[in-house]
Design a protein around this ligand. Structure first.
Ligand code: CP
Ligand code: NVA
Length: 309
């Protein structure tokens, strides 16, 4: 018998299934235009079902969007931080997986370590969804791609440029590149380069990825410029990081190098005048609040993909 469908990494999921998740996200978003936010979708497909959400790290968007997603799908959610739970006192993730599998229908975990997420999934008899780890952030990229499609054009015609730390969010853009066919450029300073093995694996599966040292060259004629914080949750030495990454700030100079119609993405939370200037993130090319909203719509489609197994 096939096991539960987990959503842990975009690298693991066939392109056709990711495409249908994105189509479902667009469809569900359009179908509830103008409805009160707390009103369930007409089909309410997961009435009576419950998602557990466990947070080892802070969250605003992931927490509220998953909770609202379950309500709109007709179900409910239970949220706890790891400190509220016995895992905060040493209970194993394996035992936690087996116990929660008896109570709820799915688990979303935001974990410090990707290994914790994988262990949870291996020991759960219900779907597990990755709400961010130190390694990747797949739900975020589904929302980002939904946002770009809403702006018009095909992903396979686009060049996306990541500027800054080669971090967890960047990894998921790498994982999705071959699946959706966009070209990806990544510009990071020494010491902050993206995981080379992940990039090579993506290239081997057909991704077009260029690593370009100079952020100005990387942004030349690009369709999308993407930034994220210079100090991710769990990172140490914040002052050193801010200093080392300062020249990779997305500012008007970089945006002017991009296409006139280029969009700016940032998963948020943002730190104005660190990784991005206020002129860019609050300017006309920024679509960051559509991007944040789409966490809700994309995750409804992700939950549906997992739960409808
Ligand atoms: N972008 C994102 O994952 O936001 P939160 O950390 O607020 O969940
Ligand atoms: N790279 C950031 C993303 C936050 C949503 C972090 O891991 O803190």
């Amino acid at each position: 018998m096939a096991g539960p469908k987990h959503f842990l990494s975009l690298a693991d999921i066939p392109a056709s299934e990711l495409r249908s998740i994105l189509d479902e996200a667009h469809r569900r978003k359009a179908a509830r235009t103008g409805q009160p936010k707390g009103r369930p979708d007409v089909d309410a497909p997961f009435k009576g079902e419950t998602l557990a959400m466990i947070f080892e790290k802070n969250s605003t968007r992931t927490r509220f969007s998953f909770d609202m997603a379950m309500r709109q799908l007709g179900g409910t959610s239970i949220t706890a931080t790891s400190n509220d739970m016995q895992i905060g006192r040493g209970e194993t993730i394996e035992d936690t997986a087996k116990v929660l599998s008896r109570f709820v229908d799915g688990i979303m975990l935001r974990a410090n370590s990707h290994e914790t997420l994988v262990n949870l999934a291996h020991n759960a008899s219900i779907p597990v969804i990755n709400g961010l780890t130190d390694y990747n952030h797949p739900c975020q990229i589904m929302a980002d791609l939904q946002t770009l499609e809403e702006q018009g054009g095909q992903l396979s015609d686009m060049t996306l440029t990541w500027v800054g730390d080669g971090n967890n969010v960047a990894i998921s853009f790498v994982n999705a590149a071959a699946k959706f066919g966009y070209r990806l450029r990544i510009s990071s300073p020494e010491g902050y380069k993206i995981n080379g093995q992940t990039v090579q694996a993506a290239i081997n599966s057909g991704a077009q990825i260029d690593l370009i040292d100079d952020p100005l060259i990387a942004c030349q004629n690009t369709d999308v410029v993407i930034a994220d914080c210079f100090v991710s949750m769990g990172d140490t030495n914040p002052k050193e990081r801010l200093r080392d990454l300062a020249d990779w700030q997305v500012n008007d100079r970089l945006m002017q190098a991009a296409h006139n119609s280029a969009k700016f993405l940032h998963c948020l939370p943002a730190h104005r005048d660190e990784e991005v200037t206020a002129s860019v993130i609050d300017g006309p090319q920024s679509v960051v609040f559509d991007e944040a909203e789409n966490r809700l719509h994309a995750q409804k489609a992700i939950i549906a993909w997992c739960f409808e197994a």
